[in-house]
Ligand binder design. Sequence first.
Ligand code: 13P
Length: 252
Amino acid sequence: MENRRPLIAGNWKMFKTCPEAVETAKQLAQLVDKNTVDVMIAPQFTALVPVSDVIKGSCILLGAQNLFYESEGAYTGEISPSMLVSAGCRYVIIGHSERRQYFGENDGTVNKKIRAAIKNDLIPILCVGESEKERESKETFNVLDRQITIGLKGFSLDDLDTLVVAYEPIWAIGTGKTATKEQAQEVHQFIRSIIEKIFGNNLAKSIRILYGGSVKPDNIKELMKMPDVDGALVGGASLDAQTFSKITNFQG
Ligand code: 13P
C-alpha cells in the first residue's frame, strides 16, 4: 500500500437510539488506538450531535450515512450537506447498496450527492458493488465500471483529492460471506485501474479503497495485507465497541 493512510469506518445503519449511540461512542473513544489509522463512525442522524460531543478530542471522526444534494428547501425528510457539517461530520457515505436497493438511488443521484459533499468540504465515501447474480453472470467489472464512471462524471482532479471508494459486494453484506482477500484485491485493483484511466496515475495511487462486507476482527488483518485494500467499511461488527476496536486496532 503506497502511502495511503488506512481508514476504518463504522456504518451503524438504522441501529441504536441516541443514548445507545452515545454510550458506544464513549466506549470506543477509550478503546481506539491513536494515530495508527483514521477511524470514522456514522451513526443515524439524530445521534450525530450528541455523538460528536462525546468523540471530541478523541481520534474518531464523525460521518453521516447519506445526504441530499440541495443546500436547503422544501424537501421534507431530507438533510443537507451544511446541516451535516454543522452537526460535526467530516465524512459522508454515498450510494450505499441499501440506498440504491430500497430508496431508489442510482448512479445519477450518487453523482449529484458527491458533488454536494465536495462543495461543502465533506469527504465522500462512494459505495460500489455487484449483486450475487451479477457476479455469477460475470458482470462484476461492467457494473463497477458503470458505477464509478457515472458516479464520478464531470469532476476535476482537484474535486476528488479526498474521495474514498468503498467496494461492498452486495452478496457479502450482513451475510457472513466475506469476499476472499484475493477477490477483494482483484476488484480493488480493477477500481484503481478505472480511476487511473479517467483521472490519471496520481489520483489512482493516492485514492483510498475500502472493502466492506462481513468484515470482522478475525479477517481484517488478512484483508489489510492486500496491496490495494486501504481500509474497511464495517456494518454489523462496528456496533459493539469492543469488537469494532479490535478491527480499528488491527495493527496492534
Ligand atoms: P456488514 O459488515 O454487516 O456486512 O455490512 C457492511 C456494510 O454494508 C457497511 O456499509
